[in-house]
Design a binder for this molecule. Structure first.
Ligand code: F6R
Ligand code: MG
Ligand code: MG
Length: 366
């Protein structure tokens, strides 16, 4: 059977600042999806990561389906109404347009989707990250799909021996999608050259070269580029099929042990290490550190199993300790150098205003 996985995610308000959605908001989104999705969806799973609410759905309508996108948009509107009623911080903040126009892409919420013929057993992981942007997945997914140091299957499995096709998108180009397909293993230096700059070049999809199967889909919206100004970080979601012609679940998780530095810590303006955390995690220290959660499922005839929480294991407690040290290490240098994002990425208008005012006061010395 051909099934579609669609995950749609937005921040429509949170308690205590940018910490987590309220119970009432969360319950309302869940209730709405259940009610309105009755004749549309096969299954759904609503979860939160930091201040973001994600709606994972399964259905047979294909990707970019207007009804599925509208369902999510309306669910986020219903959540916004609760957020407003409760006086939550940033109520409706990711809903950047006034009315729905056929596709939720470009309207604020993040979307990742894939349609495929279900294998007899179909495991996948749904990742959600808060206080960061889509480039945060560049390094872990590159390592998981292209580097035998992390993906032993590239050596051990004949199915993966042919490598993968990486579809990379230039997120700075907003008029039309600007994409490039590059193949592993022969193009790995070109792929790394692009992925180095995660604010501009982002992995959108990865396909198996042995079966053509769609293995990865990442939400690539940049709110900053849609709104043309600061509106908060993009907090990306991703779907990753595992096992068989794709990496094993543990191979996909392995690179998250690095806790690499990503954009999005405090006010979306600082770099911080990405911390793998249990489902429904909140954020804390310096409005971070940036967090990522992973819910693993099997899907069968469109029905989801319960979620397995991939980062809820004693191993990751040790990792989180190390990553906390990385977080405090970079925080110790405050606003200096790589602790803060480059000027082009700074989310706050105040910096621009200050620099413009200061610029006028500079003098040329004779
Ligand atoms: C992402 C997030 C941050 C905030 C940013 C600005 O979930 O919460 O990117 O949007 O810290 O916050 P405010 O709106 O309080 O200036
Ligand atoms: Mg937020
Ligand atoms: Mg968020």
């Amino acid at each position: 059977m051909k099934v579609t996985l669609s995950v749609l995610k937005a921040d429509v308000g949170s308690i205590g600042g940018h910490i987590k959605p309220s119970r009432a908001l969360f319950d309302e989104v869940k209730r709405f999806v259940k009610e309105a999705g009755k004749n549309l969806l096969i299954d759904s799973y609503v979860s939160s990561t930091g201040d973001d609410v994600a709606i994972l759905t399964t259905h047979e309508r294909g990707v970019n389906d207007e009804k599925i996108h509208k369902l999510a948009w309306d669910a986020f509107l219903a959540g916004t109404a609760v957020a407003k009623k409760q006086g939550l911080y940033g109520a409706g903040q990711d809903l950047l347009k006034d009315s729905f126009s056929g596709n939720i892409k470009g309207m604020g919420p993040a979307v990742a989707e894939m349609e495929f013929e279900e294998r007899p057993n179909e495991p996948f992981v749904f990742f959600a990250a808060d206080k960061t942007d889509p480039g945060a997945y560049n390094l872990p997914f590159y390592l998981a799909f292209a580097d035998p140091m992390f993906n032993s299957g590239l050596i051990l499995s004949t199915k993966m021996g042919k490598g993968f096709t990486f579809r990379i998108i230039d997120v700075a180009h907003t008029e039309k999608d600007r994409i490039i397909d590059l193949n592993t293993p022969e193009d790995i230096y070109e792929i790394a050259t692009l992925l180095r700059d995660g604010e501009r070049y982002v992995i959108e999809s990865i396909f198996s070269r042995s079966t053509g199967g769609h293995g990865v889909s990442v939400s690539t919206t940049r709110l900053h580029n849609i709104a043309g100004k600061y509106t908060g970080k993009d907090d990306p979601v991703a779907l990753v099929r595992v096992q068989g012609e794709f990496p094993a679940t543990g191979e996909v998780l392995a690179p998250f042990e690095i806790g690499h530095y990503v954009a999005g810590f405090m006010r979306g303006s600082h770099n911080g290490p990405l911390m793998p955390c249990p489902l429904n995690v909140t954020v804390s220290y310096f409005d971070g550190p940036p967090v990522v959660t992973g819910a693993a499922f099997c899907v069968h005839e469109g029905k989801l199993t319960e979620a397995a929480d991939v980062f809820d294991h004693p191993f990751w407690e040790h990792v989180r300790g190390k990553i906390s040290e990385k977080a405090t290490a970079i925080r110790r240098q405050g606003f200096s150098g790589p602790a803060m994002l480059p000027y082009s990425e700074l989310e706050y208008g105040g910096v621009v205003e200050k620099l413009t005012a200061l610029d006028k006061k500079f003098k040329l010395r004779d």
